[in-house]
Design a protein around this ligand. Structure first.
Ligand SMILES: CC(C)=CCC/C(C)=C/CC/C(C)=C/CC/C(C)=C/COC[C@@H](COP(=O)(O)O)OC/C=C(\C)CC/C=C(\C)CC/C=C(\C)CCC=C(C)C
Ligand SMILES: Nc1ccn([C@@H]2O[C@H](COP(=O)(O)OP(=O)(O)OP(=O)(O)O)[C@@H](O)[C@H]2O)c(=O)n1
Ligand SMILES: [Mg+2]
Length: 180
């Protein structure tokens, strides 16, 4: 059923959705690239920090453990069979999301885009690709069972919409400098 597929997709991706939010809220401090440049432009830029990456990863893992704790009651109340997250899967989704955002900055800087510039498509799906890849790498049996083709399709369609809505609200609240 479509609603059930979307519910499983959102539940499973929550540990990958939270890291970027937490990085915005708790990030800052020394940049990962240490200010270094390559060919005259920054490697990553001041928007990718150690603190934001650590906070994001920890927040994503914490959310996965929290979802594990409420899985029983939520599954009982909704009648939907929702996955639990083994620790490796939680780490893969959370750190994978941070990694995707960092790789996207690398691509943005190499293609001459300044910090904060938009890159439609990449901005909305960078963290999806890397968190899924890392999950398949670190927890292959779990990932193959959870990320069926319909679930992956639901993720790819729903995530960009949620990303635009979340960023729009964060911008209106003054938490982000750009609404994308
Ligand atoms: C636990 C912590 C630390 C924070 C929780 C804050 C919160 C309520 C987050 C909502 C999480 C959520 C379910 C998001 C799903 C969408 C998604 C793909 C998010 C990716 O995050 C993007 C992030 C930075 O993006 P970027 O690095 O790629 O540019 O966006 C910035 C977000 C924040 C600064 C956090 C504050 C967010 C809000 C005030 C918006 C909350 C909005 C909702 C709950 C509405 C979600 C939309 C629908 C339609 C349900
Ligand atoms: N690993 C990260 C990711 C994000 N942030 C914080 O969250 C803000 C918004 O994140 P994002 O939109 O991903 O970065 P941008 O500043 O837009 O930079 P870029 O163009 O490189 O994406 C950043 O400015 C930074 O303060 C952080 O500290 N560490
Ligand atoms: Mg940005």
């Amino acid at each position: 059923m479509l609603a059930e597929t979307v519910a499983v997709a959102l539940w499973t991706m929550l540990p990958a959705y939270i890291p970027n939010n937490a990085a915005v809220l708790f990030g800052g401090g020394p940049p990962i690239d240490g200010g270094r440049t390559y060919g005259g432009t920054r490697i990553l830029g001041d928007g990718k920090t150690w603190r934001g990456t650590a906070a994001g990863t920890l927040a994503g893992i914490a959310v996965a453990l929290g979802l594990n704790a409420v899985n029983g009651p939520v599954a009982a109340a909704t009648g939907i069979d929702l996955p639990t997250f083994p620790l490796l899967a939680a780490v893969a989704l959370a750190f994978g999301a941070m990694l995707g955002d960092i790789l996207a900055s690398l691509i943005k800087r190499r293609s001459g885009r300044a910090r904060g510039a938009s890159f439609p498509g990449l901005d909305q799906l960078d963290f999806v690709v890397t968190s899924l890849l890392l999950a398949f790498l670190l927890a292959p049996a779990w990932a193959s069972a959870v990320f069926t083709l319909p679930v992956i399709l639901a993720i790819v369609v729903v995530t960009p919409v949620l990303h635009l809505v979340t960023n729009g609200i964060a911008y209106l609240l003054g938490l982000k400098n750009e609404p994308y």
